[in-house]
Design a protein around this ligand. Structure first.
Ligand code: PEP
Ligand code: MN
Length: 735
């Protein structure tokens, strides 16, 4: 029996726990990077696998005496995070197509073919830089130069890279570029090469050798894993056979066996399997049916000129047929004739979802990764599982676009995630009216967050406050020592002051003001607060209480305003009505609450689409609205000579780096759509969405009343939902 340890396991503690169960173990020392294992001595007690798995630090138990325990422990699914930004989920529900030429021949050749592959829905690009050839006189690849071309082409088209390391000499260079390193069939049992590939720590695609059985193939995989490969895909590519008409004999029985009996990740390369393009499509379909979740094919835009394997390269239209057969949706190449970024799309609402995406892609030239996300709208379970705890599934909501926004002279499309009908339409409509008067104007302060350190039972808080005032510069310097990377990026602690909250209990609070740049900043501020607490305590005495950011960041404010003419709004009476509604909110917290909810309709929807902490935004907005006075509207509207002017100020702690911004592919897509240069610009854009939503709500309330327009859309949604689910939805709420 072999016991595999987790990466973070304490080897000694696991050995001791196993000994407690009556198991005598021997550590199998790993090669650098390989996983740690224990072999269980035969004289040990008999213990069930469940009990062993319950020992903290144990990852897997190979019960039967298998010669390849690491292969046995391979997960059926694996996420490859490619350098191009693409996430490729191996072994998932969707077939992964790896396509490309046999060899990378030139920079332009691989660029062209990468475009064809991406367009056909391939997720990864293949192509040999180093070619194993049966004859020494055949073309043997363009070497290191080809690796560069391959990487550039894949990056441009949002594809992952699969390329072969033919010898130990190339492994390092190949690992710099390949998201999956291919080991060719002729090298399947080159154990020195397998070890070198393993040591790179990159996943591998292991081609089966022509003349060997399944067990030897699996053992070759064990070599890779033993030396540090995190994942191995077994690729069937044809074995020796009697048919002269075919290059090889594609062993689909082995594919079915690996997938269905051994539950291993398996790929098929029908191109090398048959050696003729006219049979690649039927065999690719058969491979998928047999259980291959990854299909690897060769393709060429000019196969007659190909320097190797031209006869088996799919023609571009055949690649498209394959994509249709495998149910892969194509993406537009990013260089397609897009006309430029704009927030104006005529009759967008009348189009189908697919049509909207097509128009958007043509107009904007969206990256393949974004196109794919828009099409699928899903979050990989693997990514989800890393985001929070106890994950059992994912949960989807509509992603929409707010249109017509012009902010500080630039167009912005506004990604919005919201379940409530009419929010997106109303916000886009208001932005159209504002646009006619030049659009929104806004700016945001530096991204200065507030951190709080609570001290209580301080003997003399006035005295302590004075000490902290005198040592302000020292406090700032100490704070910055805790966050060198933020300081290097131009941020850092900029100020500190105190709040003397309660003399009797000695409650004094130190406020630390930290410029967090393009981050939301909670972690940075918490780090600073925790670092400073004991130092400050040594100066002023008392007890350390909470050390945490405040969600009322008064030095991180956004200001937005706009004009709209009475004519655009629909007449003087409506303009008067909006101004009166605004005064009503200024006089009455009951109304102000609903007024502000209408603003947050816009802001929260953008926050969700862009992966922001909307609880923090909400907390800040309402604390600000009620700060030191009766709860007030965040935005107000007043009459001007031509119509109305709306003005809003509020705190907005949002970020364009870190957190879900990087982890969630939908957030990355939304970021690409909104086009902002950083957190401050994003704050202005979000505020504009809030002010537009507010204007739309007030206009509706002052005019026909909310029920007509809003409830018309509600009614439409209710009908559709009722028809779709057979359940009558509950009556929705609205602002
Ligand atoms: C290849 O895929 O480029 C290749 C040479 O394949 P194989 O090792 O299967 O012959
Ligand atoms: Mn080839």
């Amino acid at each position: 029996m072999v016991i595999l340890l987790r990466d973070d396991a304490d080897e000694k503690a696991v050995a001791a726990a196993l000994q407690g169960l009556g198991l005598w173990t021997r550590a199998l020392t790993p090669d650098a990077g390989g996983p740690r294992m224990f072999e269980v001595e035969t004289q040990s007690a008999h213990v069930s696998a469940e009990l062993i798995l319950a020992v903290p630090g144990v990852a897997h138990v190979a019960e039967r005496k298998s010669p390849h325990p690491l292969v046995d422990a391979l997960a059926e699914q694996y996420l490859v995070r490619c350098r191009s930004g693409a996430d490729v989920w191996l072994g998932g529900d969707r077939t992964v197509l790896i396509a490309g030429p046999c060899a990378v021949e030139s920079e332009s050749q691989i660029q062209t073919i990468a475009g064809l592959c991406a367009a056909a829905g391939a997720q990864m690009l293949r192509g040999g830089a180093f070619k194993p050839r049966t004859s020494p006189y055949s073309f043997n690849g363009q070497g290191d130069e080809a690796l560069k071309w391959l990487a550039a082409a894949a990056a441009e088209h949002g594809l992952g890279v699969v390329t072969e390391a033919m010898s130990e000499l190339h492994v390092e260079a190949v690992a710099q570029v390949a998201d999956i390193i291919q080991v060719g069939s002729r090298n399947m049992q080159n154990f020195a090469l397998l070890a070198a590939v393993g040591r790179t720590g990159r996943p591998a695609l292991l081609k089966r050798a022509r003349g060997v059985g399944i067990e030897e193939w699996l053992l070759a995989g064990e070599h890779l894993l033993r030396h540090g490969c995190p994942y191995v895909v077994f690729c069937e590519r044809g074995i020796a056979g009697p048919n002269a008409e075919m290059r090889n004999t594609l062993d689909l029985a082995a594919v079915a066996y690996l997938r269905h009996i051994l539950k291993l990740p398996v790929a098929v390369d029908p191109s090398h399997g048959v050696g003729r393009r006219d049979l690649v499509l039927p065999l690719a379909k058969a491979s998928a049916a047999a259980g291959a979740s990854i299909i690897l094919v060769e393709t060429h835009d000019q196969p007659a000129q190909a320097r190797s394997d031209g006869a088996q390269a799919l023609l571009p239209h055949q690649l498209t047929e394959l994509s249709v057969a495998l149910d892969l949706e194509p993406v537009e190449p990013p260089s397609a004739s897009h006309t430029g970024y704009t927030s104006r799309f005529s009759e967008f609402y009348k189009k189908s979802v697919q049509e909207r995406r097509r128009v958007l892609t043509r107009q904007l030239g969206l990256s393949p990764a974004t196109q794919r996300y828009l099409r699928e709208g899903t979050l990989d379970l693997g990514v989800a599982d890393h985001m929070t705890e106890n994950v059992i599934s994912t949960f989807a909501l509509p992603l929409s676009l707010g249109l017509n926004f012009r902010i500080n002279g630039r167009d912005h499309l506004i990604p919005m995630v919201v379940e409530e009908p009419s929010v997106v339409a109303a916000c886009s409509n208001a932005a159209r009216m504002v646009r006619a008067s030049g659009g929104f104007r806004g700016d945001a302060t530096r991204s200065v967050m507030t951190g709080q350190v609570q001290f209580d039972r301080v003997p003399n808080i006035a005295e302590a406050a004075k000490i902290l005032r005198d040592r302000r510069d020292e406090i700032i310097a100490l704070a910055n020592e805790a966050i060198p990377r933020m300081v290097a990026r131009g941020g850092g602690c900029v100020d500190a002051d105190t709040r003397e909250l309660d003399e009797a209990s000695g409650l004094l609070v130190l406020h630390l003001y930290v410029d967090v740049g393009d981050a939301m900043g909670a972690n940075v501020v918490d780090t600073v607060a925790e670092k400073l607490a004991p130092v400050v305590q040594s100066w002023i005495g008392g007890h350390i209480g909470l050390r945490i950011l405040s969600n009322l960041p008064l030095r991180r404010l956004v200001h937005i305003e706009c004009d709209v003419t009475a004519e655009m709004l629909g007449g003087e009476e409506l303009a008067d009505g909006v101004a009166r509604a605004s005064s009503f909110a200024e006089m009455d917290p009951f109304r102000a609450s609903t007024h502000n909810k209408g603003i947050m309709n816009g802001i929260d929807a953008v926050a969700l689409a862009l992966g922001q902490d909307w609880r923090a935004i909400e907390a800040g907005a309402h604390a600000f609205a009620g700060l030191g006075r009766e709860y007030r509207p965040l935005a107000t509207w007043s009459r001007t000579a031509t119509g109305l002017r709306g003005v809003m100020e509020m705190p907005l702690a949002i970020g364009t780096v870190g957190g879900s911004v990087q982890a969630h592919p939908g957030v990355r897509a939304a970021m690409e759509l909104v086009r902002v240069d950083g957190a401050r610009q994003l704050a202005v854009v979000m505020a504009a969405a809030g002010l537009a939503s507010n204007l739309a709500a007030l206009r509706a309330l002052a005019g026909e009343g909310i029920q007509q327009g809003h409830m018309r859309l509600h009614a439409r949604k209710s009908e559709i939902l009722a028809a779709a689910s057979g359940i009558l939805p509950s009556r929705p709420t609205h602002a």
